[in-house]
Design a protein around this ligand. Sequence first.
Ligand code: MSP
Length: 486
Amino acid sequence: MVKKNNKKEKFYITTAIAYVNAKPHIGHALEIIQADAIARYMRAAGRDVFFGTGTDEHGDKIRRAAAQSQKTTKQFVNEISAIFKSQKKVLNLSYDKFIRTSNKKEHWLGAYKLWTELEKKGDIYKKKYEGLYCVGCEKFLTEKDLIDDKCPLHQKAPEKIEEENYFFRLTKYARAIENAIASDNLKILPATRKNEMLAFVRDGLEDVSFSRLKKAAPWGIPILKSDQTMYVWCDALSNYLSIIGYGKNTKTFKKWWPANAHIVGKDILRFHAIYWPAMLLSADLPLPKSILAHGFVTSGGQKMSKTLGNVVDPFEATKKHGVDALRYYLLREIPSDGDGDFSWEKFKNRYNDDLAKGLGNFVSRIAHLLAGEKIAVKLPISRKIQQEIRRMNVRVEKHVGEFRLHEALAAIFQLVQFGDSYINEKQPWKNKNAKVSRDLSALAIATGEALLPFMPETATKILAIFPIKAGYIYPKKNKALFPRAE
Ligand code: MSP
């Protein structure tokens, strides 16, 4: 029977769109894998999901990187963007759409529409301006942002800029933003970041320059009938609207907006928690439901940088032990809401300890014990096992909801540990019975199902080892899921 009210609740999730001044590294992989795990989790939970990502292709940082490469800017951004896009297959991502801010048809219409809305509200005005600009951050800095006269993030002295620009009346929305954040109408996780943002708003905001002189920053969206290009952050943030049809297709836009979750790094939280809501309020659009801020992946204890030569390539990392080993590492070893380190040594240890010895061995033990049996699904699962499985699922749901994916995985791996001790206790190789077989198959299947959002390839393999047909489970012998790495 079809239920009357069977409309699925929608869930719109985004990642930041990466600059295409350089190829992706595992910091980018962390973010998109986190978003992918949440998107997959929500789909499995019955939500109607739209998962958007893409590349941020304008601004002087990119124009300069292109100039160094001896390629035209267009050629350069096409190539790097294509590498980002190709992560879909390599990292096994389930995003629905990939947007490029250089794409006029897909993106510019939406960006222009948003700009026009801000203008109509009277929130855009012209002002002569003198300031310090960091091209690395693509933002104006004040003296108090500097350490030893340099941008602390890019270790470079900012450039002095004197221009007449368009400004956006950010200050007008300070109180509304503060309220939205404080009340969790715009929920920022983790709480420490929420408090940082509140402190930042309370400290006092200033209006922001929202355009650059075309002759100083030519690579961007031109502002019609003017000598200016759109400030790259105004351009980039509007991708969250244009990707779902803003300015083009009201129906899809209405269906998906507001976003349920923007996943971003801590370094760009201010743009998302302060500028972005102000722009939306100005355009009379609802605010996103939540912003989830992750930390940084460091490499061998240090910030990843080309100069240090410690940038980890996600493509190379998947070649070592397969895509799920990387997904597992990034989701388990790096706390979702904090910083964490990657080193090849740690990567191998996690792989051997948790995946080869832990999960892989657990699945193989059960598969070998049960192979060839025919286990009725309707045989009751013992109370204790049912409880453990339920407890794990409840914990996973809670941790995903709180943006603690590492804890969600920990809960699944605790079930694996529990399962291992259950096997040891029951010693089914001595006295196997239908009841124990049913319990073990339930543990393996529950583990496979719970892992689907996090390690989709592995989870699918596990479920294929315990196929269910017409009310019976037919366990098979399997090849090791994770052969030990020497
Ligand atoms: N283009 C802007 C985002 C615009 S969103 C409207 C940008 N691009 S970026 O390429 O510099 O960063 C993209 C995302 O990757 C950001 O969320 C950033 O925090 C994240 N990361 C970049 N380096 C990182 C690590 N080392 N570790 C984890 N994430 C990091 O900012």
